[in-house]
Design a protein around this ligand. Structure first.
Ligand SMILES: Cc1cc2nc3c(=O)[nH]c(=O)nc-3n(C[C@H](O)[C@H](O)[C@H](O)COP(=O)(O)O)c2cc1C
Length: 191
């Protein structure tokens, strides 16, 4: 897959099959996060890889999935993520510039995973206090978000948005993700 194909076919995945992810692949994914652009090259990010089944179980309880779909598209034990990356910001607060660094790292990781047929979900709905305690994260670090990973057990589809931004499930339980049309959001030589 070339990079454009990787990023245009990428979808958020919330249901996963039973295959584990190799440790080396996890390290490659985090390495892609490490090498992301960084404002002033401050490199304020650190990463916690979680793969042990018991830890994955604990993490799953701290996350909220797919708010627009009711009941939420929450993976059950059979289809749960097989690994997580906790993205940490080494700073007192999450400023917009810190968040920009973390967002770039997240996307690098997501695309590196997808290029190897691994799906992921970027989660901001995280019980940060619990995750800090469960994974012994020092006070001086902030949790930016969590990336959940695994081999996909669903095939969401992107479509041109008509009236709503809300993703939805069809009769076959397939997730549809409306995207605003290019012509509606692109301006040439001025607004
Ligand atoms: C900053 C950010 C936070 C997100 N937080 C969550 C979340 O807490 N739970 C969830 O299920 N999905 C979360 N997502 C995934 C979005 O719902 C998803 O990207 C969006 O619906 C578009 O679908 P797509 O990624 O397939 O294009 C988040 C995405 C981003 C960029």
């Amino acid at each position: 897959m070339d990079i454009y194909q990787t990023l245009t076919t990428r979808r958020t995945i919330r249901l996963f099959d039973s295959r584990p992810i190799d440790k080396e692949i996890m390290e490659q994914i985090v390495n892609a996060g490490r090498l992301a652009p960084s404002a002033g090259n401050r490199q304020i990010l650190e990463f916690v890889i979680v793969q042990e089944p018991e830890n994955c179980k604990r993490m799953l309880e701290q996350l909220k999935w797919a708010a627009y779909v009711q009941p939420r598209r929450t993976p059950g034990p059979e289809q749960s993520p097989k690994a997580y990356v906790i993205v940490l910001i080494r700073d007192r607060e999450i400023t917009w510039i810190n968040a920009a660094d973390a967002g770039a790292a997240m996307e690098n990781m997501i695309l590196t995973a997808w290029s190897q047929d691994i799906g992921s979900c970027w989660l901001a709905s995280v019980d940060r206090d619990n995750v800090k305690k469960l994974f012994a994260i020092p006070d001086e670090y902030q949790i930016f978000g969590v990336l959940a990973l695994g081999y996909p057990a669903e095939q969401p589809v992107a479509e041109e948005m008509k009236d709503s931004i809300q993703y939805w499930l069809d009769d076959e339980n397939r997730l549809h993700v409306p995207k605003r049309p290019l012509q509606k959001i692109t301006h040439y030589e001025g607004f």
